[in-house]
Ligand binder design. Sequence first.
Ligand SMILES: Cc1cc2nc3c(=O)[nH]c(=O)nc-3n(C[C@H](O)[C@H](O)[C@H](O)COP(=O)(O)O)c2cc1C
Length: 158
Amino acid sequence: MNKTLVAYFSPTGSTKSVAEKIAKAAKADLFEIVPAIPYTEADLEGFEKDSRATQEARNRELRPEIKNKVENMDDYSTLFIGFPIWWFLPPTIINTFLETYNLSGKKIILFGTSDGSSISNCIEELQKSAPNANFIIQKLIKPTTSLSMIEGWVQGIK
Ligand SMILES: Cc1cc2nc3c(=O)[nH]c(=O)nc-3n(C[C@H](O)[C@H](O)[C@H](O)COP(=O)(O)O)c2cc1C
């Protein structure tokens, strides 16, 4: 019940590299949120284009399906959840993830990667998908951040 899980969505690998360091620093299990339909390069195409990712970012009601599941969610009391910032917000597949489980009382720490935008609106955006969870921090982390920096951050939260 007191374990920590790092769950992340990372179609192009930047968030994954941060997630791996957080898992090491927090001695946590690692879970990749795998979309049922993988994102191709065209799906992720630039901000300006009307790509699948852009459509999903615009329509906040969409819930892209997830292929895999955390079978032992009850074992975890703390979740780090990571994603790329898409149009200043989390991809809606993160809403799908949150709505799949009963996260009541769990401590949730959000982390994200971006090309420069902040993560400032993400707690507000995601809280509605897990209203009984305890969202405590949101932090943007550069993929180049060292393991020791991340260890310091993780220790500060616990
Ligand atoms: C559809 C889409 C929208 C994006 N929107 C933003 C944004 O609003 N601000 C930003 O700084 N970066 C934006 N990015 C860039 C990603 O957040 C950034 O490259 C991220 O690190 C990718 O993470 P990943 O490799 O884990 O997928 C966007 C990328 C995509 C594909």
